[in-house]
Design a protein around this ligand. Structure first.
Ligand code: HEC
Ligand code: HEC
Length: 310
């Protein structure tokens, strides 16, 4: 007879204790740290071979997965140090977060679908089938890199570290100055990137036909500012002020790039359905040009348009 109240009381005490124990800890809990295994520890055998092929695709995307790319960027052009670098959306931190709901397409995405999107948008190409070698090899590379990491947890270094809103609204003219002084040397005066004599990309394009398209995450000024502040100029990440990073990100993304693959033929409708917000210049008029109105079709040379080495 006294059992039930006792249980209720005990449960109440336990819950109370649990809440007491959890609350301060949760508020202060730092994101767990994780270090991926050294690159030279990929195992021998068929699984290790898949991991190595995934790494090859990640580092030399056009060479090893050229059927699916429409520009000469590599995955590692943005996910630096072969996808290992904290603060540059590292693969080990991404692996443990999927499947995940994405507002971009309004449903739960498997890791395969997430990777397909990278080809379609960032690589301006087309989606490899979910069971293709390219996706399986990339997933193997990610799985190997994330070994021992907790799943479903946002690890320290995940994504691109968001910046606070800029003190002054991001500005084209100030951004142009930063670009000319700090970026053009490598990325080219027209942001077109640089290729060596054999046509191999040495520095990736920041805008134009050989860059990521209007559907890629990097076309958002806030994402680009975060990436640039943490990682650019190359090997001098953190050297720009946050304001400079916002300004140069605005300048970069105020130029034409390949069309959004979700483009319906109606710029206003595509803007309304997939764009908008103060960090997205698609469909806006900048310096007399409506961005997105003059874009070449997405898909690069896959749609008959060959990005020329410059
Ligand atoms: C132009 C830069 C760029 C390139 C090239 C690129 N990515 Fe990304 N990637 C991003 C950005 C930006 C995000 C974050 C997306 C967002 O904010 O929506 C991202 C996100 C991801 C994620 C999810 C990360 C997470 O923590 O959830 C994975 C996985 C990924 N990319 C893999 C790849 C692969 C594989 C390739 C090559 C096929 C590639 N990316 C090429 C910029 C790029
Ligand atoms: C010393 C040469 C160098 C300088 C200077 C430099 N970058 Fe880069 N940048 C690179 C390289 C190389 C990559 C690709 C990363 C890799 O392969 O490791 C890259 C990648 C990028 C990317 C992602 C890939 C793409 O093409 O979209 C962006 C965006 C970018 N840089 C912006 C900038 C901005 C903005 C500046 C100036 C503030 C700058 N970079 C200065 C060499 C440079």
């Amino acid at each position: 007879m006294t059992l039930k109240p006792f249980c209720t009381q005990l449960a109440g005490t336990l819950i109370g204790a649990a809440i007491f124990a959890l609350q301060p800890a949760q508020a202060a809990a730092p994101a767990p740290q994780f270090t991926p295994p050294p690159a030279d520890t990929i195992p021998d055998g068929p699984f290790g071979d898949a991991v190595r092929r995934g790494q090859d695709i990640f580092l030399h995307t056009e060479k090893f997965a050229g059927n699916y790319t429409g520009n000469s960027l590599n995955c590692s052009s943005c996910h630096m140090d072969a996808g290992r670098q904290a603060g540059a959306s590292p693969l080990w931190a991404a692996y443990v977060l999927y499947p995940a709901y994405r507002s971009k397409n309004g449903h739960v995405n498997t890791l395969a679908e997430r990777l397909q999107g990278c080809f379609q948008f960032s690589m301006n190409g087309k989606m490899p089938p979910a069971d293709s070698d390219a996706i399986v090899d990339l997933e193997s590379y990610m799985y190997w890199m994330a070994q021992g990491a907790p799943t479903g947890v946002k690890l320290a270094g995940q994504g691109f570290p968001k910046l606070a809103e800029p003190a002054q609204p991001a500005d084209y003219v100030r951004g142009q100055k930063v670009f000319e002084q700090q970026c053009a040397l490598c990325h080219g005066a027209q942001g077109q990137g640089q290729h060596d004599a054999t046509g191999r990309m040495v520095f990736p394009a920041l805008w134009g036909d050989d860059s990521f398209n209007w559907g890629a995450g990097m076309h958002s000024i806030s994402t680009a500012a975060a990436f640039i502040h943490a990682n650019m100029p190359l090997s001098r990440g953190g050297s720009l002020s946050e304001q400079q990073a916002w300004d140069v990100a605005y300048f970069m993304n105020a130029h034409e790039r390949p069309q959004d693959p979700r483009y319906t033929g109606d710029l206003q409708a595509t803007t309304k359905d997939h764009h908008g917000g103060k960090h997205d210049l698609y469909g806006q008029k900048i310096n007399g040009i409506v961005l997105g109105a003059g874009s070449t079709p997405s898909g690069g040379r896959l749609s008959g348009h060959d990005p020329k080495p410059m």
